[in-house]
Design a protein around this ligand. Sequence first.
Ligand SMILES: *[C@@H]1O[C@H](CO)[C@@H](O)[C@H](O)[C@H]1NC(C)=O
Ligand SMILES: *[C@@H]1O[C@H](CO)[C@@H](O)[C@H](O)[C@H]1NC(C)=O
Ligand SMILES: *[C@H]1O[C@H](CO)[C@@H](O)[C@H](O)[C@H]1NC(C)=O
Length: 570
Amino acid sequence: MALLCIRGDWYLYIWLIYCKIYSAIVWLVGNHCRGADKGRAVITAAVGAQSSGGLHRVRTRRKRVQQHRVKHTFALVRRPSFRRIVMAPGASTAHTMMEDKEKALHGALVTASLRSRRISQFAPLLIALVGLPARGKSQLAHRLSRHLNWNGESTKVFDCSEYRRKHMALYGSHDIFRADNQQGSAIRRQSAREAVQDAVMWLKDGNSVAIFDGTNITREQRRELNEYCLSDMGFRILFIECVCEDQELLERNIIEILHYSADYKAMTEEEAVDDLRKKLEHYMRQYEPIDSNLESISFVRVENMGETVTAHKVAGQKESGILGYLSGTRALPQTLYFSRHGESEYNVVGRIGGDAPLSARGQLYARALAEHINALADREPLSVWTSELRRTKQTAADIRAPKRAVRALNELDAGICEGLTYEEMQERFPQEFAWRDQDKLRYRYPWGESYIDIMTRLRPVLSALEDEHNVVVVGHQAVLRCMLGYFLDAKLDELPYMNVPLHTIVKLTSYGYKYKVEMIKLPIDCVDTHRKQPKNCSINRSTAEALVTVPSHYDTLPSNLWQNPNEAQL
Ligand SMILES: *[C@@H]1O[C@H](CO)[C@@H](O)[C@H](O)[C@H]1NC(C)=O
Ligand SMILES: *[C@@H]1O[C@H](CO)[C@@H](O)[C@H](O)[C@H]1NC(C)=O
Ligand SMILES: *[C@H]1O[C@H](CO)[C@@H](O)[C@H](O)[C@H]1NC(C)=O
């Protein structure tokens, strides 16, 4: 019995050893095969689950497809511009089949782009501008920044030349831009490094976009920055190249630089022109335009200030939004006019909202406005945008220009408070009234809107307006506060308290990326509708405290308003 047991064990041992050796051989052979033709192993695994009857047919068919694809992708890998397609299934096969030399050449690029695909949509985004001076880079940077900030992405521009100016008390001359100027290029490199570092800090602090406004003109500089962002920081990165072939645009940009750049404040006109021309020459000697065949970066090329916009390997929500913005607007010089509607019957009696017609004085303003604008329209074509409400349409009625009523320009909807005076609001909804005073920007009227809401609905109008010239917008107080706030870079919390008086034309003229503002008050009397924030915003405040800043108005509509306004009781 014992002997049988031992012998039984022996059989078992031998059997086990046999199994081990067999599996080792199978493993070795299998590995060898995989090394030689990974493609087949992949296919075998892929169709392994299928019934053996159909296996042979499937296997051969797949194999042919796969071989074809391998050849195809292999050809594509040689052209970096198609690397996105290569990253489709089969890429790893193509990778294994590459020769060593090509592996070394493309390996880094393939992994880099693989990595970039893995970076989350929500990762912060660094935008790096590329291009020669006077191609409109700074202008694009600031406009884009304004647009992104408005859309809730906290964005900041990091301007290399500002860092450079910090290092040199006063701009010396074009000399520091020469490639062979050791000290100059050290300063430039140092300022670029500092700008990048600050941009990185900004993004690490939880902000979403940093715009790096340097020149990054060589391929090597771009590759470094791309590598640094993707691999070291885990940020997304998008290059925007500004190209400008149009002589007229170039000249205009150069004139703007000469006028507004801090570098040229201390120079005479001729000196500055000569200096800028030489600076451009130095840069031109070093400049390597982005070449999608040689570089594996995602970039957008903006030609002639937005006439043509091309995108290469641009992915992601933020990036496509930016692409949309860039292709939607041309950064050309513009003049825009804004006016509130003339005084309405509701303004006279201090009521908010509603759809009241103009008061007698409002009609006078409409005529004066038309006279003023028509004089301009005789020189240059104009167009008029109004809201869909009666008071703006009536205000624009006499202007001789094409008119359009835009729903997004309608006044803030006051919900349950539509048509009330502030006194009535305090009487009926004291708590709502106090809450509104506590945070006017975010307060939303029950069944109505907040300032934030109108900012959102104004987005498309603002984008459209940035691409327009000579447009007269006849709008309402809250809506115009938001629009002017956008163009003048106002802080959001200041928006609801901006003063946009009645019977005043606000003229905005662009210079560079900024706007100059002129207030043209037409001499027609009107009530004041501007209510300052009261000191006491507590919900327990007294009625007197709540109403302390309410502007004076008539209690009933006086019939002889425009004849002798001083007689009516205020
Ligand atoms: C307002 O008054 C109520 C009671 O009348 C009190 O409970 C509350 O704390 C007061 N709130 C403030 C902010 O003073
Ligand atoms: C606001 O008014 C209430 C009630 O009159 C008072 O208790 C409170 O101290 C006032 N707050 C301020 C900041 O003046
Ligand atoms: C471009 O970016 C790189 C990346 O950090 C930086 O080192 C380089 O100095 C920049 N070049 C210029 C001219 O701003």
